[in-house]
Design a protein around this ligand. Structure first.
Ligand code: 6A9
Length: 783
C-alpha cells in the first residue's frame, strides 16, 4: 500500500511538466517579439474577437442582430446554424492587419483590424476596428432591418472594473465609450468615431464568466424590450462592471471606427494624435497600405501568377488569410483521464493538467476552434513560409505542453469558452494515446532552410537557438512514441488505445492516428503493426538526425537516430512487414477478419422491461493474424515518405492504385479509402457515418501530391507517369476546392466524392484544407 505521499507522486506524474527550460522563456520570444504579438484577433471562435496574449486579458468583441425565420437572433460565436453565406478573413498577416467579410443574408459586414505602436502608447500598442455594414434592399425586410444594431463589448478577465466614458470629466471629446486601467498596459480608453448618425446605448455587468456573454446581452435586451417596446439596451449597469456592452444603432449603410488606445495615463501620451491616426481618413489610408503590403508579400512568397488563374489566387489568399486570422490564444487546464490502474487505486477518474497557455492555429472557427496536435504540423507548413517567428512561437507553445513522460495531449480544450463547445465525454485526454508527430514536418522545413542558408541571418539564429532548446523535448517526444507505441517486431509500431472490448463498432476506431475510423485490424491487440505510425517514426527519426547534424551533436545519440531512420527506411524490412504481393499494396498487420457486419439485435435492459434494438457487431469467421487488406491513405504512406526506390516495380503498383478510378482516383482528389474496400463508405455505428472511409481530405492529398512531385523529378522508369498523374491530381484538387469556395463561400473539412466533390463536414475549415495554397504554389517539403 503506498502512503499518502507516494500516492500523490504517482498520481501527479502524468501532470508533471517536462523538467527542462521552457521554449517560451527563450530570449527571442521576449522583448519586441512578445510586445508585437500582444494584441490580436486571437478569439477565433467569435466572428470578431480581440484579446492579448496573457491569461487574463482585456477582451473585446462584436455582436449584431440578425434575423432567422422572422425573429431576431444575436450573432456572436461562430455558429454553423447562423447559416451565413460566408465569413472569413480575405486578408490577414497574423500580426497587425486583417480584413474580414461577413455576408449575413442581406447584409454585408466588413470588419477591419489594425494595430499600431504609436508614440506614447502603452505596452502592446493601440488598435482599431472598422465596422462597415452595407445592405441589399432587395433581400432585406425593411421593417426588421431598416436599422442595424451592433454591439461592441469590452470585458476585463482580470475583474478590473470599467468606467463609462461619460463619467470622465476631462475627456478629449464625446467619442470616449469606456476607459479603465490594467497592470499590463496601464490606463486605456476605447473610443468610437463615425460620420453616420448613430444612437448609442449601453449595459454594464459584473461577472467572472465570459462564455455566456451572448445570453447575457440577449437577455438584457429582451427584458428591456418587453418593458419599453424598444430594441435597445437599458443604459444601466451593475455596480463596478467588468463588462461593458455598447449598442450602436444606425440606418444602413453604416460605418464606424472603434479605437483602442493604451498608456493614456502617462504624460505626453499624445492620446489625441494617436486616436486621430487610427480613425477616419487616416485609418483608411493605413488600411490601404497594409492591404498592399499583404498583396506584395503574398505575391512574392507564393508566386502564383504563372501557376493558377486569378480566381484560384483569390482562394489561396483566403486560405492563408484565414489560417493566420484563425490563430488563437487559449489559457486553461486540460482534463486528463487516469489510466485504469490509477483509477482503481485512487478511485478518481480525472486530474487537471497544469494551467497552460497555447498560441495556435485552429482547424475550424465554428466546429473546432481549438488546438489539435497533428493538425498543427500541417498548419505550420504554410505558416513557416509566411512568418518564421510566428511559426516558432506556435511550435514552442505546443512543446511546452509536454509532460515528464514526453507526452503531449492531442486536443487542447483550454478555458471555459473552449469547453463550452465540446460535449463532456469528448473532453478528457488519454495519456496512453498519441497523435501523429507532424510538427516534425514543419521542423524538417525549418532545418532545411537553416542548413541551406535560405533564411535570413536573424531567422537562422532564431531557428538554431530554438532547436537547441527544443532538442531535449523533441528527444523525449520521440522516445515517448518509440517506447510506448512500439510493436512486437523490430521496427514495428502500433497506435495504442484502441478499444478491444467494443461490440458496437464495425471496426474499433483509432482516434490517436488522426484517421479515426479508417479500417484497421478488426480485433485490436498487441500483435498489430500500423504502417502510418511506422512511417511517421521514420520522418521523426530522420528529422531528429538532421537536427543533430545542424546542432553539431553528432555523438552516439545522433547516430542512434540515424540508425533508426535507416532501419525504418530499409525497403526489404518494410516489405516483409507490410507488403502484400498479390494486391501490390502496403497494409497494416493484425488480428483481422473481413467477415464482420453490424446487425440489429434485441437487447434486454435491466433498468426497463421493454427490449431495445441495437446495432451489434457480428463476426462470422475467426480472426487471423494477417495483413489488413484495405487500400487507402494508410497504404500510401511508404509512397508519401518516398520510401520506395524510384526504379522499383512496386512504385508502379502504387501509381496504378492512385490512378485507378475503381479504387482511389476521382476528379476531385484521392479517396481516403478505396471503392474496392469492404468498408468503403460503411457506417461504424448507428450514429457514426463514414468519415475516413471514402471522402477526400486535403492533408493526405497534399502528402501524396508531394510524393508524386518527388517521383516526377527522380530518374526512373516511372518518372513520366508520375508527372502526368501529378499534374492531373493537382488540377483536380485546385479546381474542386476553388469551385466549392465560389459556390458556397467556404473551404470545407472534406469533399464528397459521391456528390461531385461537394464540400462536407465542418465549414469553414481553414486548417489543413488551406494547404491548397501550397498546392497552387507547388511548394512541397523535400522528401
Ligand atoms: C468532437 C464534437 C461540435 C477529426 O481537425 C481536428 C480533428 C482531426 O485532428 C482529426 O484527424 N477532426 C479528424 O479525424 C475533428 C475532431 C473533432 C473532435 C471533437 C467533439 C464537438 O463538435
Amino acid at each position: 500500500q503506498p502512503n499518502e505521499g507516494e500516492k500523490q507522486v504517482e498520481k501527479l506524474r502524468v501532470i508533471t511538466p517536462f523538467p527542462a527550460p521552457k521554449l517560451m522563456d527563450l530570449e527571442q520570444f521576449q522583448g519586441d517579439h512578445k510586445e508585437n504579438l500582444y494584441w490580436g484577433t486571437y478569439r477565433p471562435h467569435v466572428y470578431l474577437g480581440i484579446r492579448s496574449r496573457t491569461p487574463r486579458s482585456l477582451i473585446a468583441g462584436l455582436m449584431w442582430i440578425g434575423v432567422k425565420d422572422g425573429r431576431y437572433v444575436m450573432r456572436h460565436i461562430c455558429e454553423d446554424s447562423d447559416e451565413l453565406s460566408r465569413y472569413g478573413w480575405t486578408h490577414h498577416n497574423g500580426r497587425d492587419f486583417g480584413r474580414q467579410v461577413i455576408v449575413d443574408h442581406g447584409m454585408t459586414l466588413t470588419t477591419d483590424f489594425l494595430k499600431v505602436k504609436g508614440e506614447g502608447s502603452g505596452y502592446g500598442g493601440d488598435w482599431a476596428v472598422r465596422i462597415d455594414a452595407q445592405h441589399d434592399k432587395s433581400k432585406l425586410d425593411e421593417e426588421l432591418w431598416g436599422t442595424g444594431h451592433f454591439f461592441f463589448y469590452v470585458a476585463d478577465e482580470e475583474g478590473n472594473s470599467l468606467r463609462l466614458g461619460r463619467d470622465k470629466l476631462d475627456t478629449h471629446d464625446s467619442s470616449l465609450l469606456v476607459y479603465g486601467s490594467r497592470k499590463d498596459i496601464g490606463d486605456w480608453e476605447l473610443h468610437t468615431d463615425s460620420k453616420d448618425n448613430m444612437e448609442i446605448h449601453y449595459s454594464g455587468f459584473r461577472t467572472p464568466h465570459f462564455h455566456n456573454l451572448t445570453e447575457l446581452v440577449l437577455g438584457t435586451l429582451g427584458a428591456h424590450a418587453r418593458r419599453v417596446g424598444l430594441l435597445q439596451l437599458p443604459d444601466s449597469s451593475d455596480n463596478l462592471p467588468n463588462i461593458l456592452v455598447f449598442q450602436m444603432s444606425a440606418k444602413f449603410p453604416f460605418r464606424t471606427d472603434v479605437a483602442f488606445i493604451s498608456g493614456t495615463g502617462l504624460k505626453r501620451s499624445r492620446s489625441e494624435q494617436r486616436l486621430n491616426s487610427i480613425t477616419g481618413d487616416l485609418l483608411s489610408n493605413k488600411l490601404i497600405e497594409k492591404q498592399r503590403d499583404f498583396e506584395d508579400k503574398y505575391k512574392a512568397l507564393f508566386n502564383l501568377t504563372d501557376k493558377v488563374e486569378s480566381e484560384s489566387a483569390t482562394v489561396g489568399r483566403a486560405a492563408i488569410g484565414n489560417l493566420l486570422g484563425g490563430i488563437g490564444y487559449f489559457y486553461g487546464q486540460s482534463k486528463i483521464a487516469l489510466t485504469q490502474d490509477l483509477r482503481r487505486k485512487y478511485g478518481e477518474d480525472f486530474v487537471s493538467y497544469w494551467p497552460a497557455e497555447l498560441y495556435t492555429a485552429v482547424p475550424s472557427r465554428s466546429f473546432f476552434p481549438r488546438g489539435f496536435l497533428w493538425d498543427e504540423g500541417f498548419h505550420q507548413l504554410l505558416i513557416c513560409r509566411w512568418d518564421i517567428q510566428i511559426c516558432l512561437d506556435i511550435i514552442g507553445h505546443w512543446l511546452d505542453l509536454m509532460n515528464v513522460d514526453g507526452w503531449i495531449p492531442r486536443e487542447q480544450i483550454l478555458g471555459a469558452e473552449a469547453r463550452s463547445k465540446v460535449p463532456e465525454e469528448f473532453i478528457p485526454q488519454h495519456p496512453t494515446n498519441g497523435n501523429p508527430p507532424t510538427l516534425f514536418l514543419a521542423l524538417h522545413d525549418l532545418v532545411r532552410g537553416t542548413s541551406r542558408n535560405i533564411f535570413t541571418t536573424t531567422e537562422i539564429n532564431e531557428v538554431s537557438s530554438f532547436l537547441d532548446r527544443a532538442f531535449v523535448r523533441l528527444e523525449a517526444w520521440f522516445h515517448w512514441f518509440n517506447s510506448t507505441q512500439s510493436g512486437k517486431n523490430v521496427g514495428s509500431y502500433y497506435w495504442h488505445g484502441r478499444d478491444q472490448a467494443t461490440i458496437r463498432e464495425l471496426n474499433p476506431k483509432t482516434l490517436s492516428s488522426g484517421l479515426d475510423d479508417y479500417p484497421r485490424a478488426s480485433h485490436p491487440d498487441g500483435e498489430e503493426r500500423h504502417l502510418d505510425l511506422r512511417c511517421w517514426m521514420l520522418r521523426a527519426a530522420d528529422c531528429m538526425s538532421s537536427i543533430t547534424v545542424l546542432l553539431g551533436k553528432q555523438n552516439d545519440l545522433g547516430k542512434e537516430y540515424q540508425s533508426t531512420a535507416s532501419l525504418l527506411s530499409n525497403f526489404e524490412l518494410l516489405n516483409q512487414l507490410h507488403f502484400d504481393d498479390v494486391a501490390g499494396a502496403y497494409f497494416d498487420f493484425g488480428n483481422h477478419s473481413e467477415k464482420v457486419r453490424l446487425a440489429w439485435r434485441q437487447i434486454e435492459t435491466l433498468s426497463s422491461n421493454h427490449a431495445s434494438r441495437e446495432l451489434i457487431r457480428e463476426v462470422t469467421e475467426r480472426p487471423q493474424l494477417r495483413l489488413v487488406p484495405h487500400i487507402g491513405y494508410v497504404s500510401l504512406f511508404p509512397f508519401m515518405m518516398g520510401l520506395i526506390p524510384s526504379s522499383s516495380p512496386i512504385l508502379e503498383k502504387q501509381l496504378n492504385h492512385i490512378s485507378n478510378r475503381s479504387t482511389l482516383w476521382t476528379d476531385y482528389g484521392l479517396l481516403s479509402l478505396a471503392k474496392s474496400s469492404t468498408l468503403y463508405m460503411k457506417r461504424n455505428t448507428e450514429h457514426d457515418p463514414p468519415y475516413w472511409r471514402g471522402p477526400i481530405w486535403m492533408n493526405m492529398n497534399y502528402m501524396i501530391l508531394s510524393a508524386l512531385h518527388h517521383y516526377s523529378i527522380e530518374d526512373g522508369p516511372y518518372k513520366e507517369r508520375a508527372k502526368t498523374i501529378y499534374g492531373e491530381l493537382r488540377q483536380n484538387l485546385i479546381r474542386n476546392v476553388v469551385d466549392n469556395y465560389f459556390k458556397t463561400g467556404y473551404l470545407w473539412e472534406q469533399y464528397d466524392q459521391k456528390k461531385k466533390g461537394k464540400g462536407k463536414g465542418a465549414r469553414p475549415f481553414t486548417g489543413w484544407t488551406s494547404l491548397v495554397l501550397l498546392i497552387m504554389a507547388e511548394a512541397y517539403p523535400e522528401i
